[in-house]
Design a binder for this molecule. Structure first.
Ligand SMILES: Nc1ncnc2c1ncn2[C@@H]1O[C@H](COP(=O)(O)OP(=O)(O)OP(=O)(O)O)[C@@H](O)[C@H]1O
Length: 687
């Protein structure tokens, strides 16, 4: 089956090996084996039978130098401006790929000894009936599927001559992956999305002008010129069409000049012209040296005939694998000649769907992997593996300009995008601020002027205290709730970008923090005062609170930041916005219970009392009580002194003011750090 294509591919491998081998030994004809300690044994022809072959360490052999040189090919500005600049491809080869699902009825094989390869310079399509295992195979190869309690995944995958574990995040980052669902920031335009990807993923030597031209050329190739500056859109904002969004996702990955690209149904939802446009771009990128693998449903005959290779899956097994040009002849040889004037893609799918697996096996389909491959090298670590892939972002590379952009650039670009997102997300952010204003007005009117009322009348005094608590709670809930909901909402974009090497978790976290710090401050300001000066304020002057405005603002801000930190921690823990809403009570109810105004904290059972130290509201309330009632509590001329009684009832001591501030900001740091750790753990673990 597919002998020509396969032998061409083996010869590619052989060449790759020969070249590598040449760097091992001067005569260029040696063979190498891997020995247990990770070193490489060299056997030259006349030494093959010798008892003790010479063993070298990898660094002695300078195994990666060839690839490092090749990775720097795109060194002229013209090459850097060209999204289709020549590159060194990475051949992907796999065999024994098995995926087994354990169910109550027994074990179900989703992938059964699947084998194949994707040579550089060619585009390879995976086709097959629905449920055949196309996406499952792509996900295993891309490291996006791993064993769980119910799912057992096994595979033997190599990139070039190296055995790789694609679930290793460092390997995954080398694979450009276009998923079926387009996880793009909905407020960005196609041009901005492509530019963002290029800026963060291309070596820092690439100038802004070069990136601009790269983005322009990519947009033109994908037929996105007309909508280049329209927002991508989503459920809140109407944006570009589904097909344009799909092409933008493709552009975002291809602009980084990858050497290996996987695409899950890149043409779904596209008309035949747009589908052909995408395939043409994939072919162009393949001709530049890239290896392209994608799943596809029902391609037109033009699209089908433009593929180089085909992997036809049927019920988790390889029914055909080889050059597309050999498909008609192969099917004819196995009793299924293609009728004239038929779309070959439809024909092979008809055969796969109509006949049972047993019948097709009898007819000679589903042949076993009979490739005789040279032994794979087991990389001794990530560095050796990445060097072998031509990745130039290691400490041993002296020229800074070839490295991935630095941490500050990541934070700056992310922060800028967050700000643009906030300014364009008028519905989301507008609703947040409008709601804050409305609630401030409501509270301000209900508690109108109570802050200036008598300090000795118990009912008026209680209203004063109630108003202060309401203002605190409103700012706390109003800032924490949108944060809790927005984190899982933006999660798919983050995970896609993180797993495709845009930026690190810390950079993402820092930029989010900076953005939240600004938004939270503005929101608190709106709640307390519509605009500075205080004359135009809402809740604060309407209620006529007595404390110093800036002092009260600082307390509210610290409380809001601590609460949003807890919201971020919960947001990192949950995977979707619906689940996040289920978590809302966990964010607020304990805060109310431990704040001390429903029940004195010293009356809470001792085994539960520790939880008060995790509740920011407890300390926010204590600081606000001191700010609002501290002076009157110290005034001996007032009798009965309700202020002193209130502070006493809430266990508030003026001498502990610094402690309250300390706990409030410590909670902020602890929750933020826990959130960061959780996000990092989750993001490296699974896509
Ligand atoms: N994690 C999983 N848990 C349970 N079943 C799974 C899992 N992943 C895949 N499957 C099952 O494996 C089979 C193959 O799924 P897959 O999505 O790979 O098919 P496909 O060929 O891409 O189908 P389609 O063309 O309809 O998208 C399906 O029956 C699917 O339900």
């Amino acid at each position: 089956m597919a002998e020509d294509g396969y032998s061409k591919f083996l010869s590619y491998l052989q060449n790759a090996e020969d070249t590598t081998t040449e760097s091992y030994s001067s005569n260029g004809t040696s063979k190498h084996n891997i020995v247990e300690n990770g070193s490489v044994q060299i056997l030259s022809p006349d030494e093959e039978d010798a008892d003790a072959p010479t063993t070298y360490t990898r660094s002695e052999l300078n195994i990666s130098s060839r690839r490092k040189q090749l990775s720097r090919r795109a060194s002229t500005t013209e090459e850097r401006r060209n999204p289709f600049a020549e590159r060194e491809g990475n051949a992907l080869i796999w065999r024994n790929v098995n995926m087994t699902l354990s169910t109550k009825q027994g074990e179900k094989k989703l992938l059964n000894d699947v084998w194949g390869e994707v040579p550089p310079g060619e585009i390879t399509a995976i086709m097959g009936p629905s449920g055949a295992g196309k996406s499952s195979l792509l996900n295993v190869l891309a490291g996006r599927s791993r064993s769980t309690a119910k799912l057992n995944v096994q595979s033997e995958i190599r990139m070039n001559e190296y055995l790789v574990d694609p679930t290793n995040i460092e390997v995954r980052k080398q694979i450009a992956f276009v998923a079926q669902d387009d996880s793009l920031s909905f407020t960005a335009t196609p041009r901005e999305a492509i530019r963002f990807s290029a800026k963060l993923r291309l070596p820092r030597i690439t100038t802004d002008n070069e990136i601009e031209e790269l983005a322009d050329r990519m947009l033109a190739e994908l037929g996105l010129k007309d909508c280049a500056d329209t927002m991508i859109g989503g459920s809140l904002i109407k944006g570009i069409s589904g097909g344009e969004r799909k092409r933008t996702s493709v552009g975002v990955e291809l602009v980084t000049k990858p050497s290996l690209v996987f695409l899950d149904e890149p043409t779904s939802g596209l008309d035949s012209f747009s589908a052909m446009q995408v395939i043409k771009v994939l072919k162009k990128i393949a001709h530049a040296g890239c290896s392209v693998l994608f799943t596809i449903h029902q391609p037109s005959s033009d699209v089908f005939n433009s593929f180089d290779r085909l992997i036809l899956l049927n019920k988790g097994m390889v029914m055909y694998q080889g050059p597309v040009s050999e498909v008609p002849e192969y099917f004819a040889r196995h009793n299924h000649p293609m009728p004239p004037m038929f779309n070959p893609a439809d024909w092979i799918m008809d055969v796969a769907n109509q006949y049972s697996q047993e019948q097709l096996m009898k007819e000679g389909f589903f042949c076993k992997d009979e490739r005789n491959m040279p032994p794979a090298i087991v990389p001794s670590g990530n560095d050796e593996l990445l060097d072998s892939l031509g990745v130039s972002r290691h400490d041993d590379i002296s020229e800074d300009e070839w490295k991935h952009v630095g941490f500050e650039t990541e934070v700056r670009l992310l922060f800028k995008r967050e700000l643009i997102h906030t300014s364009r997300n008028k519905k989301g952010v507008g609703a947040r601020f409008a709601l804050t204003m409305f609630m401030s007005l409501l509270i301000g009117n209900i508690f109108f002027g109570v802050g200036g009322s008598s300090m000795t009348d118990p009912s008026e005094f209680n209203s004063h205290f109630g108003a202060m608590i309401m203002v605190l709670m409103m700012s706390m809930f109003g800032t924490a709730m949108p944060t809790l909901l927005s984190f899982p909402e933006e999660r798919p974009v983050f995970l896609r970008e993180y797993s495709t090497n845009h930026y690190g978790v810390v950079a993402y976290f820092m930029s989010r923090l900076a953005n939240e710090a600004v938004i939270t401050f503005l929101q608190i300001l709106v709640c307390l005062s519509a605009l500075l000066p205080v004359l135009l304020s809402i809740a604060y002057p309407l209620v006529d609170l007595q404390s110093n405005f800036l002092h009260f603002l600082a307390i509210e801000y610290a409380l809001a930041m601590s609460s949003t930190a807890l919201a971020v921690l919960l947001g990192c823990a949950v995977e979707d916005p619906t689940m996040a809403t289920e978590f809302l009570p966990l964010l607020f109810v304990p805060q109310l219970l431990f704040a001390g105004f429903f029940v004195r904290t010293d009356l809470i059972p001792p085994w539960l009392r520790w939880a008060q130290y995790l509740c920011a509201l407890t300390y926010g309330v204590r600081l606000a009580l001191l700010a609002e009632f501290g002076d009157c509590a110290n005034d001996d001329s007032i009798f009965p002194n309700l202020c002193a009684e209130l502070l006493d009832a809430n266990d508030v001591k003026e001498s502990e003011t610094s402690l309250y501030w300390g706990v409030l900001w410590t909670l902020f740091f602890v929750f933020r750090l826990a959130g960061l750790t959780l996000l990092r753990k989750k993001s490296t673990k699974f896509y």
